[in-house]
Ligand binder design. Structure first.
Ligand code: GLA
Length: 399
């Protein structure tokens, strides 16, 4: 799969950089992998529930070519001070501290482990536009970028679902975060102007046209420096697993995603701990909310959809406790503005981004008003972008 693009100034500049870093541009190939937003269905993926994400046009671009030896040479426009990171193909089991090259090494390890032959080195130059720690999945974007690069360079023909799963495995087993499949799936399967309703239990999915009429999805970035996202994330994972285990002493379920709100409420005594009940209640209610939200979205009932976005944020704040001052200020200020149907955090939380459904004509006034309140409360500015729903990870045919 590839998409045809015009040689833009961005691609020309990257081509020049490739020549500067790696000598020339003979046989170089171009690739792109998006970031994602999640419309609704947060912290449901690893609880066997539904998610409703979309890939966005902001992402990671890569230029790559094979080498004849076994050296891998990497360069990121985002970390010029690191220069060229170099390692041998036989050295991929060793992690590079905290460096971005671990995502490349991890994908090589996972692909080889799945039986794919990667027997030569390569050169890869990347430029990421997704702000780090923004919760728009810069890491899954990079994993899937490396996935499509290696798939193409080594003619592996990896089925897309497997590539997505190997991206998740990289995150889980190489990087060490117990994340679900939301990010990699949204990024691997995204399509222009479509959202994805994914059942994380069965991996059955449905592409849903995004028709917002006079509304835009505005992404609001807290710009909060990276917090304890990883450890807190793994803590929530453990808490919902424990709640499930306790419910399984009486209920015949494999995941919290199987429960209706009523079934859950009738059985909370099995959990017996207030914090664990709150965590599990979010997982169950958010999953059921997502199913209703998708139906409202498809029916064109954006008002109802917006109300569910607000309810999702409240649950993530009060029951799951993954929001914080920055995300709450954005979402709660946003929903009070003229022309706004709803707002919520998106992604793992603790920092990162929120989204709001805003009438097109109100977007400028909205950004100004929310921006002012945010800076006053938090002490530094937020950033705003109108989301464009773009394609999933792909090779680019540059004309
Ligand atoms: C992160 C994880 C996803 C998902 C979200 C929360 O983005 O990588 O798997 O759990 O948080 O919905």
């Amino acid at each position: 799969m590839s998409i045809v693009v015009e040689n833009s100034t961005v691609l020309s500049a990257l081509t020049e950089k490739f020549a500067e870093v790696f000598g020339d541009t003979k046989e170089v190939e171009y690739f792109f992998s998006p970031g994602r937003i999640n419309l609704i269905g947060e912290h449901t993926d690893y609880n066997g529930g539904y998610v409703f994400p979309a890939s966005i046009t902001i992402g990671t671009t890569g230029l790559a070519r094979l080498r004849e030896d076994k050296k891998v040479k990497l360069y990121s426009e985002n970390f010029p001070k690191l220069g060229v990171i170099e390692f041998d193909l036989d050295d991929v089991e060793n992690k590079d501290g905290e460096l971005w090259s671990n995502y490349v090494k991890g994908m090589i390890v996972m692909l080889k482990g799945a039986g794919y032959e990667i027997d030569k080195g390569f050169e890869l130059l990347i430029k990421g536009e997704i702000p780090t720690a923004s919760g728009l999945s810069s890491s899954a974007s990079l994993e899937l970028l490396v996935g499509v690069v290696l798939d193409d360079l080594f003619k592996l023909s990896v089925p897309r679902l497997e590539l997505v799963q190997l991206g998740q495995k990289t995150e889980n087993d190489y990087i060490g975060i117990n994340s679900g499949i939301l990010d990699q799936f949204a990024i691997g399967f995204g399509e222009v102007k479509k959202a994805i309703l994914l059942d994380c239990n069965t991996l059955k999915y449905e592409m849903v046209p995004v028709e917002l009429r006079d509304y835009d999805i505005v992404i609001m970035n807290t710009n909060k420096p990276r917090a304890l996202t990883e450890s807190k994330y793994n803590e929530r994972f453990a808490e919902t697993r424990e709640a499930l285990k306790r419910m399984q002493t009486k209920l015949d379920i494999q995941s919290l995603g199987e429960l209706s709100n009523e079934e859950f409420d009738a059985n909370t005594d099995l959990i017996g701990d207030e914090t664990l009940i709150k965590r599990a209640r979010h997982a169950v209610y958010e999953n059921n909310r997502t199913k209703i939200a998708q139906k409202a979205f498809v029916a064109g009932n954006l008002t109802k959809f917006g109300e569910l976005l607000n309810a999702s944020h409240a649950s993530l704040k009060n029951d799951y406790e993954v929001t914080g001052l920055e995300l709450d200020t954005l979402a709660e200020t946003a929903k009070k503005q003229a022309g706004v149907l709803g707002a919520r955090m998106t992604g793992a939380g603790f920092g990162g981004c929120a989204i709001a459904l805003v009438a097109h004509d109100n977007v400028s006034a909205f950004e100004k008003a929310v921006g002012e309140v945010y800076e006053e409360v938090v002490g530094y500015p937020a950033s705003f972008y109108v989301a464009q729903i773009g394609s999933g990870s792909t090779k680019l045919d540059v004309e």
